[in-house]
Ligand binder design. Structure first.
Ligand SMILES: C[S@@+](CC[C@H](N)C(=O)[O-])C[C@H]1O[C@@H](n2cnc3c(N)ncnc32)[C@H](O)[C@@H]1O
Length: 353
């Protein structure tokens, strides 16, 4: 495959970005644009799962869009003309070699996120661009990342600097496809959700640490933690997957958390996960006493917030504030993951540790 664009030529890429290109869950566009409008960004282009937000002035590669519903957002230079020349131009803006990502915006499931066309295009670009592009696509902190986003097969170009909390994968989508549980894959999507959180926030679970999970069945997240050598206490009235239930480092408390008091579960815990299928307000009311009880030892809190309506995002600042009060040693932020449905995750972590 050639790296030269097959479509009608567009004007050469401008060396200045004036809008953010955003990938999000299909359906979240309107609420996301509404939030951005309050910060002076105007929706320009939109289709399911993709939108552009125009800024009042130029955006540097370090410009960050503060929008928890965005799965990927980066300063955008518009449609590419000649991709090879345009990536070179962006490497000049970045003042050095760049990581190159190619992603197909139309892909929805993480497992088909990249696809053969995107991968072939990346391989062709890497060949033609030589040392302008670093071979490995995984960015280290502060690396410049050029992303070619294919929208209806037309390449658009973005440039950003990688930072903690941002996804390291093209378009925010992990590459690995997971097998279904009956073929040996994890018991639930929660395995991938936790994997994404750990990678994005550099929260490596450590062997010997202890985790408490409220809403643990069937056990995707618990399995990941067990695989990494943790001890896990899972609170859930529902049945666990046999691989988790029979694991020697897993303890099942088969009672809803609402019928337990924190003192009934002996700590210490370094990890506390909450993934209950109830509205965030109810989930917080039930789980905050457990977070408070273990706040002194917690290194990470991973709290899934199910959004029955996208508009509920307006309450996010108050949810984060309550979490922050319960575990003051941790900083809380919320984000949308590639493996998410209509939900967000609030992640609490100790900055700089
Ligand atoms: C989305 S599933 C959790 C998935 C799980 N984290 C995993 O890794 O596979 C939601 C779970 O929350 C549980 N749940 C709801 N309310 C609960 C409560 N008050 N205490 C404990 N579990 C609860 C349900 O029984 C259900 O199994």
């Amino acid at each position: 495959m050639s790296a030269r664009a097959p479509h009608a030529p567009a004007p050469p890429v401008a060396p200045v970005a004036t809008f953010f290109l955003v990938l999000c869950a299909p359906g979240a566009e309107a609420v996301l644009a509404q939030g951005a409008a309050a910060r002076g960004l105007r929706r320009a282009f939109s289709r399911p799962g993709v939108l552009t937000l125009k800024a009042a002035g130029p955006l540097g590669p370090k410009a960050r869009l503060c929008a928890p519903l965005a799965r990927f957002a980066a300063p955008c230079f518009g449609r590419a003309g000649d991709l090879v020349d345009d990536v070179r131009a962006l490497a000049r803006v970045a003042e050095g070699p760049v990581r190159l990502h190619v992603v197909d915006a139309a892909a929805t499931a993480p497992s088909d996120a990249h696809g053969p066309a995107a991968d072939a295009l990346r391989a062709a670009l890497v060949r033609e661009l030589g040392e302008v592009v670093l071979e490995d696509e995984a960015p280290a902190l502060s690396d410049a990342v050029v992303t070619v986003v294919l929208i209806d097969e037309v390449p658009w170009l973005t440039l950003h600097r990688h930072a903690r909390g941002l996804p390291p994968w093209p378009g925010g989508r992990p590459r690995e496809a997971l097998l279904p549980p009956e073929q040996g894959g994890p018991p639930s999507r929660a395995w991938r959700k936790l994997y994404e959180v750990c990678e994005r926030f550099a929260l490596a679970p450590r062997a010997g640490e202890r985790a408490l999970e409220i809403g643990a069945a069937p056990g995707g997240a618990a399995l990941l933690l067990l695989e990494r050598g943790l001890e896990v206490v899972g609170v859930d009235p529902n049945e666990m997957d046999a691989r988790v239930a029979e694991h020697p480092r897993f303890v099942h408390v088969r009672t809803p958390s609402t019928q337990l008091s924190p003192e009934q579960i002996a700590g210490p815990f370094q990890w506390l996960l909450v993934d209950v299928n109830v509205p965030p307000g109810t989930a917080l009311r039930g789980a905050l006493p457990f977070i408070e009880a273990h706040a002194a030892t917690l290194r990470a809190v991973v709290f899934t917030l199910k959004l029955k309506r996208w508009q509920l995002i307006e309450e996010l600042p108050s949810w984060l504030e309550r979490l922050g009060r319960a575990a003051p040693r941790l900083s809380f932020t919320a984000t949308s993951l590639a493996s998410h449905g209509q939900e967000l995750v609030a992640v609490g972590y100790a900055r700089g540790r």
